[in-house]
Design a binder for this molecule. Structure first.
Ligand code: PMP
Length: 357
């Protein structure tokens, strides 16, 4: 049976990525070696990371002022690397918005290193909206926001003009729609949603903001190290980055970010259309802030949970359960999820209404 994978990440990737990765595990580029046993310094491995970096640049129109690096440690290590690289050693100060659990974690790490000004928070309503109408002070070292709140299903639809370096955690919506990279000073995202398997993180950094904090930054945590070494400062995960390279080639071949953005809008319209039409469910996020990537919803009558769960599981749908902080359901519709899978879920929701409504 076909599995319709609505996982929040790691998540579905295109079948051709799985096929090509499997092939490379057995015999990489007909070299007679597995991709897992070759040196990361070999020329054909070097080609993988160079291609992956170039694909990020091409797909996101990264200007020459910025560099793209691959590191490890997940987006969680970026919560640490951002203040290390941007917050002044003496009198360091940063501004953050608190829009969910991941933003809270980012704030927590930054607080270890300096003063953090939380400009706005949606904690009062369990993060079901994106706070607006705040102003960013000009006396902070940077402003940090989270473009898509994976757990709560909210997404920023526009970005503020910032008088200070603008930093954004785009882990769960990078490459889902066009963004103007030139507006940002740092963009980071764990690979394991729209870019590939878990194991690498992409950071896009504006080069001229670096080296100004007065901090003695540990080598690995310093963006300048990875820029200077072409993301090969230490042993990088060749298989994981190969997966990213293949997935980004897939995205480029189908028409790039503008094309996938159209498909993502169509999927989100289908999903939210049904959540709003169907009398059995309620969407949890404010309508204007709804995420195109993660649609969160709950049953109006919780006593029917076992019945609904049985129906979607029997239809081959997997990983639809909501995060424990929200409950209910979360349909994650990342780039590789076909609209046919959303249609299967919508049909089940309709059938459920007919049977139990
Ligand atoms: N930020 C966001 C928005 C996320 O969704 C996640 C994880 N899903 C993280 C950060 C943390 O990422 P990682 O597990 O790669 O550290």
């Amino acid at each position: 049976m076909k599995i319709h994978n609505f996982s929040a990440g790691p998540c579905i990737l295109p079948q051709e990525v799985f096929d090509k990765m499997a092939e490379a595990v057995l015999n990489f580029n007909n070299s007679g070696s597995s991709i897992m046993e070759i040196s990361h310094r070999r020329a054909d491995a070097q080609e993988v990371i160079d291609n992956a970096i170039q694909l990020v640049k091409d797909l996101m129109n990264v200007p020459d002022t910025h560099e793209v690096i691959f590191t490890q440690g997940g987006a969680s290590l970026q919560f640490v690397m951002v203040p290390f690289n941007l917050m002044k050693l003496n009198g360091g100060k940063a501004a953050y918005t608190e829009t969910g659990a991941w933003a809270k974690n980012a704030i927590k790490e930054a607080k270890r290193m300096g003063e953090v000004n939380v400009l706005a928070s949606s904690a009062d309503k369990n993060f079901n909206y994106i706070p607006k109408g705040f102003s960013i002070p000009s006396d902070v070292d940077y402003f940090h926001c989270t473009s898509n709140n994976t757990i709560f299903g909210t997404q920023m639809k526009s970005f503020p003009n910032s008088p200070v370096p603008l930093v954004c955690d785009m882990s769960s919506d990078i490459m889902s729609k066009p963004v103007d990279v030139s507006k940002f000073d740092v963009i980071y995202a764990g690979a394991q949603k729209n870019m590939g398997p878990a194991g690498s993180v992409v950071t896009i950094v504006k080069k001229d903001i670096l080296g100004k904090t007065g901090r003695d930054i540990p080598n690995y945590l310093n963006y300048e190290t990875h820029i200077a070494k072409g993301s090969a400062f230490n042993t990088w995960p060749v298989l994981a980055v190969y997966g990213v390279m293949l997935n980004l080639q897939w995205l480029k071949n189908l028409g790039g970010v503008p094309e996938i953005a159209k498909r993502n809008v169509a999927k989100a319209e289908l999903m939210y259309g049904e959540i709003d039409r169907n009398g059995m469910f309620t969407g949890t996020a404010e309508k204007e802030d709804r995420s195109e990537m993660n649609a969160t919803f709950v049953l109006k009558d919780e006593s029917l949970k076992a019945e609904f769960d049985k129906m979607w599981k029997e239809a081959g749908i997997s990983s639809l359960n909501g995060h424990r902080d929200v409950g209910g359901y979360r349909a994650s519709m990342y780039n590789a999820l076909p609209i046919e899978s959303v249609q299967v879920l919508v049909d089940i929701m309709k059938e459920f209404e007919t049977k139990f409504g």
